[in-house]
Design a protein around this ligand. Structure first.
Ligand code: EPU
Length: 418
């Protein structure tokens, strides 16, 4: 197992490029199961979660071929329409094969994902949505068993705006008979990216990016080619890395409008941030204020940036209140930040952060999930002495070469074996 050793690094400076979005790549790769033949995807990041997705696609009969950031997926009819526990437990997003398999082949068997560090993360809304399209759903011996000779369009109102649920439903409805209307749909940029790819394959999806999505089912889809959007969470993390170290960092190849809620909060805190169409720059700032955030579905403040923002607030002047409204247990990093000397009081879903600039002390800490790992690396950049972040495999699930990108800006980070 790898760990990351982070030394106090001073101000980070320079330009850094954003990779393709993990959370766009995953559903789009699974959507390839909707059409046999060769799909071509560009800007696919090198991540453990992409490897897990390819592993599952391979088990489902597809061939995957990588050349740099281009990934070709050659899909053919699987012998077994089954996603086993071994692969699903590595990556919860494996549930995204449910909709495509069911719509294309009339059946799917997907292992239940089990526990998760950031909350219970049920999949009931995915299952209800498939049932609304006419599928027979059963849960047996740890597997979801789904069958539907033919899916039929329907109107589905999600009680929570679920990203994965909306994606699964959009994919399934693309090959259903008639029209499906999704109400209270998730509005994340990754939903729009998936809709764009479905439409390239011949689907008729409209309204993606708003809370009502309409899908007119078609008989058949065909493989296509697509450029994955930039990773907004990576872009936000790199911007915070520049900010917290008091440096000037330009994050390139990103879509600033996707992180507008973060930019607004950082400006309110005192940072000068400039942007153009594809880049965003944080300018040097020595002192910033505590500013409250509440995570919310897009375009609200992304839960996936909450931990990194919390680290920034540990260095602010004054107090900030951080409220997590999406996941019930996404404060595991608080205990680790506290080990570094941060002054944080966690309550259920709310954390009060009292900022004390320059007072973090390096120590060994444990990464508990993907975004928590990133927040600990950020803390290490400004802590006094050495910080060792253990269990860095979480980071490798979702950040492409984070240590190389930060090192190119002047960070003192190295990877070692635990
Ligand atoms: N929910 C249910 N039932 C469901 C599905 C969701 O109750 O059937 C609840 C969840 O428990 C949560 C809320 O609805 O409280 C929102 O969950 P959502 O379904 O939107 O999350 P997800 O699709 O499982 C994706 C991202 C997450 C990101 C969330 C929220 C992917 C692969 N994952 O998860 O990304 O935090 O949306 O934006 O797209 C990450 O990248 O670190 C990560 C965790």
């Amino acid at each position: 197992m790898d760990k990351m050793i982070v030394q106090p690094s001073g101000a980070l400076n320079g330009s850094v490029k954003t990779s393709g979005a993990k959370n766009s790549s995953l559903p789009i790769l699974f959507s390839s199961l909707l059409a046999e033949g060769e799909h071509t995807f560009h800007n696919v990041p090198h991540l453990k979660d992409i490897e897990s997705t390819c592993e599952l696609l391979n088990l489902l009969g597809a061939e995957t071929l990588r050349e740099g950031t281009t990934l070709k997926v050659k899909v053919k009819r699987p012998e077994r329409m089954q996603a086993d526990y071994d692969v699903v437990r590595k990556m919860r997003a494996s549930i995204l094969c449910l909709g495509p398999l069911l719509a294309q082949y009339g059946e799917a068997v997907v292992s239940l994902p089990g526990g998760c560090a950031i909350g219970t993360r049920p999949i009931n809304l995915h299952l209800d949505a498939m049932e609304s399209l006419g599928a027979q759903m059963k849960v047996e011996k740890g597997f979801v068993l789904a069958k539907a000779p033919k899916l039929v369009g329907s109107t589905i109102l999600f009680e929570n705006a679920t990203v994965g649920g909306t994606e699964n439903l959009m994919m399934a409805a693309s090959l259903a008979e008639g029209t499906t209307i999704i109400e209270n749909a998730a509005k994340e940029p990754e939903i729009v990216d998936l809709a764009n790819y479905l439409n390239k394959m011949g689907a008729k999806v409209s309204g993606a990016g708003t809370s009502i999505i309409t899908i007119e089912g078609v008989e058949k889809l065909k493989p296509a080619e697509h450029l994955i959007i930039p990773d907004r969470i990576e872009a936000g993390t790199l911007l915070i890395a520049g900010a917290i170290t008091g440096g000037e960092v330009r994050v390139e190849d990103c879509m600033p409008e996707h992180i507008e809620s973060l930019i607004q909060k950082m400006k309110e805190s005192g940072f000068k941030i400039t942007k153009d169409k594809t880049s965003v720059t944080v300018h040097p700032c020595q002192s910033w204020q505590g500013v409250d955030i509440t995570t919310a579905p897009h375009p609200g403040f992304a839960t996936d940036l909450q931990a990194q923002y919390m680290t920034l607030m540990t260095q602010a002047e004054g107090t900030s209140v951080i409220t997590e409204s999406i996941f019930e247990n996404r404060f595991m990093h608080v205990q680790e930040l506290t080990r570094l000397g941060a002054d944080i009081t966690p309550k259920t879903r709310v954390a009060v952060v009292r900022g004390h600039k320059g007072e973090l002390q390096g120590a060994p800490v444990m990464a508990t999930d993907l975004r928590a790992s990133a927040c600990l690396v950020l803390a290490g950049l400004v802590a006094q002495g050495e910080t060792t972040v253990n269990r860095i495999y979480h980071l490798d699930r979702g950040y492409e070469k984070l240590e190389d990108k930060l090192t190119s800006l002047g960070a003192k980070i190295k990877r070692a074996k635990e």
